[in-house]
Design a protein around this ligand. Structure first.
Ligand code: GRF
Length: 192
């Protein structure tokens, strides 16, 4: 079972998954491995981490494609050789076309930094603070054509503190993402 991870930047969630796969012996236990890490940004720092862990990488800049569909087709072409059982969006900051989502339906997941269905979209931490939320968190969900709205696989909750800024809340949530995502994927692997 090949896992392909898509990133756009730091890739801290990807790194947490790669470490969990190694430490959790996913290959021996589930026949699963992180087969590739792909990015829409060639300068994404996470690509270096992936290469250091012996994982195949590829990057393609969305700026090089005239349409969203053309970029998604190139992305799918880079994914297909790995015949993925699971495609994992981890800090992947592109909205995917319906054609791409349908192609990977049922094996395409994402992590979103809010307790969905609250706060789909961007600036989730600022919005949670402004709304006066007492709790915030992250959600692992199946990707569907409607942005940030697919069936939920798992969630993690953190407190929102009175003196929180978007940055302090983001840091607290990100720490939990690094526990949540590997746990959600391992749960998916267990369910076979
Ligand atoms: C973070 O804001 C995280 O909450 C969201 O994507 C952003 C970058 O994550 N999932 P990563 O460090 O690139 O995994």
């Amino acid at each position: 079972k090949n896992i392909v991870i898509l990133i756009s930047g730091e890739g801290s969630n990807m790194a947490a998954i790669v470490r969990a796969a190694e430490e959790g012996r996913w290959t021996e236990r589930f026949g699963a491995r992180v087969a590739a890490v792909l990015s829409n940004r060639p300068e994404a720092a996470g690509l270096v981490f992936a290469r250091e862990h012996g994982i195949a990488t590829a990057a393609m800049s969305h700026k090089d494609f005239a349409t969203r569909e053309a970029f998604d087709a190139a992305l799918a072409a880079a994914i297909e050789p790995h015949a993925p059982a699971l495609v994992v969006l981890a800090g992947f900051m592109r909205i995917l076309t319906p054609g791409f989502v349908e192609r990977y339906a049922g094996r395409l997941i994402n992590i979103h930094p809010s307790l969905l269905p609250a706060f789909p979209g961007l600036n989730t931490h600022q919005r949670a603070i402004e709304a006066g939320c007492r709790v915030a968190g992250a959600t692992v969900h199946q990707v569907t054509v409607e942005l940030d709205h697919g069936p939920i696989l798992d969630q993690a909750v953190v407190p929102v503190l009175a003196d929180d800024t978007p940055a302090t809340l983001a840091e607290r949530v990100l720490t939990q993402e690094h526990r949540l995502y590997p746990r959600a994927i391992e749960g998916w692997l267990r369910r076979g």
